[in-house]
Design a protein around this ligand. Sequence first.
Ligand code: ADP
Length: 639
Amino acid sequence: MDPFTAPAHSVPPGWSRKPRWLRALLLTALTLLLIAACGYAGYRISAQFGIQTLAEDGQRQLELNARAVESEISRYTYLPSLLELESSVGRLLQSPTPFRREQVNAYLEGLNQRSGSLAIYVLDVQGRVVATSNWREPSSYLGEDLAFRAYYQDAMAGRLGRFYGIGSTTGEPGYYLAHGLKKAGQIIGVAVVKVRLNSLEQRWQRAHLEAFVTDENGIIILSTNPARRLKATRPLDAETRERLARSLQYHWWALEELQPLAREQLGADIEQVSFASDGKPAPSAKPVTYLAQTRPLADTTWHLTLMTPLQDLRRSALSHAMLASAAFALLLFVGLALNQRRKVLATRLAAREALQRANNELERKITERTADLRASNQRLLAEVREREQAETTLRQAQDELVQSGKLAVIGQMSTAIAHELNQPLAALRTLSANTVRFLQRGSLDVASSNLQSIAELVDRMGKITGSLRAFARRNDDQAEADLGQAIDAALQLLQHHRSCPGLQLHRDYPLAPAKVRVAIEQTRLEQILINLIANALDAMAAQSDRQLWLQGRSEAGSYQLTVRDNGSGIAAEVRGHLFEPFFTTKPGEQGLGLGLTLSASLAASAGGSLSVEHPPSGGSAFILSLRLAPEPQEPSSHE
Ligand code: ADP
């Protein structure tokens, strides 16, 4: 098909520029994008809810563990102040002697064993250890100067000395609690208890918790993860570092800063932090993300931080994301399927409506056509009725014409008939009178000859009346006629109608006994022939050479008889009027102008025709065409 002749309106201009595959590609990309967006939203929502739930759980855990830490610490708070009650301690501090030292050492050793602390010792006002529970051990503090320790300084100032540090002698970490021992309102020395807090770490590990405790300097003093121990959770300035180094709080530890890979503050005391997994260098290590919740511990400047790993949360968020994507894809699919179904239904409905419309239109047209047909049927019926009426009228007119034609012929013939009958009647009268006389005379031969003549005359008269009777018979359309017989009868009748001296008759048709039977009533055929032959005779009346041809030939189920004469012929101007009723060129009584009209009408009513020809040699030729009778009658045995 020529693209330039293609109808431009068949494709919307917008679509014509976008090929089908591009549309499909865009739609697919959009669908995938939507599915991905849905998955992302699912991930975010799941993660958010997960974090919320984890935070709530973590908060409970944090509270529980913080209480445990607090109670662990407070278990020893009273212990240093107990030494104030021991008189031997006061005495030793006021006036130290080896015996008193031994006594206090033994007391402290026993107390330390019962309380489960690491060590209990007493410092004098200069900060020197005067008695200690570990006096027996090689790493005994005895005689050590601990004036640089912050807890000593706090206790000397009348405050409760609290301190987490690493022992300068043993290198063992511990929680130091110091109390200034008073006598008469004066501080005479400091009692110190060193406690081990490792049991907390072990308890957390057993519970599979990740937690750490930071002290006032932000240094991790307790941690389930040993790698994080003694790391700074916030940057330490130079001054603080200097001070810490001097107090040897953390011995010689470097106090590196704990650097998370990423951190995000989610709220007050709650953040999300990521660390490189242990034992691997930061770039290649897979980060582990935690939810870190922090709470200050009562009666201390310490903080407990609980770390909840978010790995499981991530995994469940991912599966939720996939679930959301799948659900969305399913919904989309169902939506598409429903839409497709709706379209199919709409198309089906439209098709049904179109069919219904077409059906209605068809029914309407059928109704219209039926009405039209009924109307034309009515018209046809009316026409048929009119035709029948016209035919009846015509038939009546024809019958009347036939009748009047007959009457005319009878009128015309009456003189000749009277003459024809009068002559034999006169002859009969004469002959019968003569015969009576001959019989009286006894001349029987003459009488017999006369009687013979009488019989012949009677025969002749019978024939004349017979012809007349046959002529007067009623018509019978179903009948058939013997052509030869009809011609003979016509000639017979006309023999007495007009005198035609010197007439030469040429018969060229099957003569008896070969019979031609035509479909017309006998008398009607005779009447037609009488008319035609009489006209021919009339046309030849004025001439001496009179020739009459009767020629017959059969052709395709019909028979044509031509009656031709060499008479005057028919003038050109009257040819068109020959078959009009009452058209005649004959003078006076001779012509009625009904002969040809009647003959043509009779021939037509028998299914035949009558026409005229004008031979160039002169004269006229009338051609009578009649249907042949269906079955030729069997010839009678006596004929
Ligand atoms: P009619 O014989 O009473 O005149 P027709 O109807 O028989 O009525 O004939 C009509 C006319 O046709 C005649 O008057 C005559 O002029 C003409 N006609 C008929 N037959 C012939 C014929 N064979 N030759 C010449 N003229 C004829």
